[in-house]
Design a protein around this ligand. Structure first.
Ligand code: ADP
Ligand code: MG
Length: 666
């Protein structure tokens, strides 16, 4: 690795700016891929100018540039002549242009002309020499994400220098991503790099998996307590739940550590399975840790599991551990965990912080695992434990099944493909602003019938420049509308842990009728008595987020309703129509994929689980499948990637990060 300031023209100060973009070395510079590309227009004559259309033209500087200061802003104005047409140009905070633009010289300017005071005016045009412009014309030019102090030109030139410096020590595709000969070359380069990225990723998962099928010496057997809990449930487990419970029980009894993903749509009833697993482990004298992504959810699981256990056994101890607890109660819980008095430990990632020492942890459950990354997933089993714990992860990630098989290649997958039968599907409406009053009256009717309502807003409070509803104003509006007839509460991420808990408790026990909230209720919250949800500015949310939100209702036996509010143009949003037509998370994910198609291909996208440099698990699904097949073939002949011909591949897989214990077994 070579520090960036080895390049000509890059001093320590400039190197720092690049550091902000994540470019620390010459080698990393070439992997700083463009966020977009631009093809420059051929030069236009002034006679052909169209207002507000990006145009490039040649013009001569006819008067000395003028620099004015308006408060802290400097404005540079230059009069140009394009053929014989006068164009005035202004730039902000670039006073040095007064020196560099010379009277009588011709340059190429590029920007959007407008007519102002009878002649053409152009703001902030780019400036090129004719030579430079001609050079770029007809080429595809990279556009980079920038930081203050760096221009696109300077980043482009630094990356060119980096390639020169590396002197051929890079793949052609990496070069082509920045400076492609033509569109075809660019597409091919991208496909190759995406493929490589997938291949390394999949190989890594498979290797983690292979190293993870470790032995353990727990002795866990079937227990009577679980059967009693199931007997006492107010409902019967669905066939899918029973099947998955059988799989888990079997896993727990084996001396090979469980690595299992439970995938089930929102409301399919995953929590009870986690609870049963924890009880079975506790009944055998071992500890379980159940980790949730939010404190609200951790609290909810804690209350639920405690009440389940209370009915059947007095010697299974359930404790809660979250970040917002007071230092002394945390210390107290740490002690219970260390001495082994705590059997079932429920919490947020506070569960896996340094201070927590487990006495005899045998099971780690992660709920809503798509909120955590792969790295955390593989860390869980080794952190704080000497033994190879059983690992159970639960997810409602609505990604198509074929993709899931690959993304979670390090896990066995159980699918809950059945929702409790008595449940009525949610009724959906996509409506505009004119429906608001009707909606409010409908809320009141449902509340009178004993039910509860969620109203979801994108923002916490009014925010300049963002046209979206906010929690604070909505609470006021509802209070004014109902004039005391309805109890309105609010919930958002800026409230303290205990405030959040108080309001969730009030909502859960019926002391609040309408809960106005941001998407913090998206994950896992379970208040079956809530039957109505209205989502404000629904078009601002992704389909899967909307599906997760909607999953908060339709959980009890009453009919539930979801109202997607979309401003004044309800017909516009095709995506919402998909949500209206189905309640099936996997169908929604697939439709979403079809709708978005392979577009947005240069967009960097987070899958929620993994962040790829270039790849997009939806748009590049075909490459993902191919890479998965090739990974199988490679590992068949070289299970630990030790053959010399796989040396480079092995290095790439390692670069993605592999925990030490796995590395030592490779
Ligand atoms: P999720 O899979 O989204 O985590 P939960 O575990 O929160 O779902 O379950 C949603 C609701 O359904 C809870 O109120 C739970 O008690 C209830 N439930 C779970 N299994 C069944 C079942 N077999 N029949 C009826 N209700 C069930
Ligand atoms: Mg859940």
């Amino acid at each position: 690795m070579t520090e960036l300031n080895a390049l000509k023209g890059i001093g320590d100060k400039t190197a720092k700016l690049y550091g902000r973009l994540g470019i620390d070395t010459v080698e990393s510079a070439v992997f700083y891929f463009p966020r977009d590309y631009v093809q420059y227009e051929p030069l236009s004559e002034a006679a052909d100018f169209k207002e507000n259309v990006t145009t490039a033209f040649e013009a001569v500087v006819v008067k000395r540039p003028l620099v004015r200061r308006v408060r802290r802003l400097s404005i540079t104005t230059v009069t140009l002549a394009a053929s014989s047409v006068e164009v005035s140009a202004t730039w902000f905070n670039m006073p040095y242009l007064a020196q560099s633009l010379k009277i009588g010289e011709t340059y190429v300017f590029r920007g959007k002309p407008v007519i102002k005071g009878g002649h053409y005016h152009i703001e902030q045009p780019q400036i090129f020499t004719r030579e430079h412009y001609d050079e770029m014309l007809g080429r595809i030019n990279p556009i980079y994400t920038l930081t203050k102090g760096l221009t696109n030109n300077s980043v482009t030139s630094t990356i060119r220098k980096a390639f020169d410096y590396l002197d051929g020590n890079y793949s052609q595709e990496v070069y082509d991503m920045h400076f492609p000969k033509d569109e075809d070359t660019l597409l091919r380069a991208r496909r190759k790099l995406v493929y490589d990225e997938f291949l390394a990723f999949i190989l890594r998962l498979r290797l983690i998996r292979a190293a993870d099928t470790a032995q353990n010496d727990f002795h866990i057997v079937e227990c009577a307590q679980c059967a009693r809990i199931i007997e006492k449930l107010p409902y019967r487990l669905t066939g899918a739940q029973r099947r998955v419970w059988d799989e888990i029980r079997e896993d727990l009894c084996l001396p090979r550590s469980m690595r299992r993903l439970i995938q089930g749509d929102v409301g399919s009833g995953k929590t009870i399975l986690a609870a049963l697993a924890a009880v079975m482990v506790a009944a055998n004298g071992y500890q379980s840790a159940i980790m949730a992504p939010t404190e609200i959810l951790a609290n909810q699981h804690y209350e639920y599991i405690r009440s389940l256990v209370a009915g059947i056994s007095s010697d299974i101890n359930t404790v809660l551990l979250t970040g917002s607890m007071s230092a002394s109660s945390k210390k107290n819980v740490h002690k219970l965990i260390e001495t082994g008095e705590a059997d079932i430990i429920i919490g947020t990632h506070a569960l896996f912080q340094e201070k927590v020492t487990y006495n005899n942890l045998a099971l780690v459950v992660t709920d809503e695992q798509h909120r955590f990354g792969v790295n955390q997933r593989s860390m869980l089993s080794s952190k704080n434990t000497d033994t190879n714990c059983h690992v159970l992860v639960m997810s409602a990630t609505p990604i198509p099944r074929t993709l899931a098989m690959i993304m979670y290649g390090d896990l066995d997958i159980s699918v809950i493909d059945e929702t409790p039968a008595y449940r009525k599907p949610v009724k959906n409406a996509v409506v505009g602003e004119e429906y608001r009053q009707k909606a409010y009256d409908f809320f009141e009717k449902e509340i009178k019938a004993g039910h509860q309502v969620y109203v979801i807003c994108p923002l916490i409070e009014e925010s300049e420049g963002l046209e979206a509803r906010n929690v604070t104003d909505t609470v006021q509006e509802l209070n004014a509308y109902y004039d005391g007839r309805v109890r309105v509460g609010m919930l958002h991420g800026r409230m303290s842990g205990s405030q959040k808990q108080d309001i969730m408790d009030s909502f859960a026990n019926g002391a609040v009728d309408i809960l106005v909230s941001t998407t913090v209720v998206e994950v896992g919250v379970n208040v079956p008595n809530a039957t109505v949800m209205m989502i404000e500015n629904a078009d601002r949310f992704g389909l899967s987020a909307l599906h997760q939100l909607r999953g908060r209702i339709g959980r009890g036996s009453g009919q539930s309703y979801c109202i997607f509010m979309t401003g004044n143009d309800p017909g516009r949003n095709k995506r919402l129509e998909i949500l209206k037509s189905t309640n099936d998370g996997f169908k929604i994910a697939e439709e979403d994929l079809k709708l978005r198609g392979p577009g947005d291909m240069f967009g960097l996208r987070q899958s929620g689980d993994v962040r790829f440099m270039l790849a997009d698990i939806y748009a590049d699904a075909d490459l993902l499948k191919k890479a998965s097949d090739e990974a199988d073939i490679i590992l068949q002949s070289d299970p630990d990637l030790s053959k010399p011909e796989n040396k480079e591949l092995r290095e790439r897989v390692y670069a993605l990060g592999i925990t030490d214990d796995i590395a030592s077994s490779m």
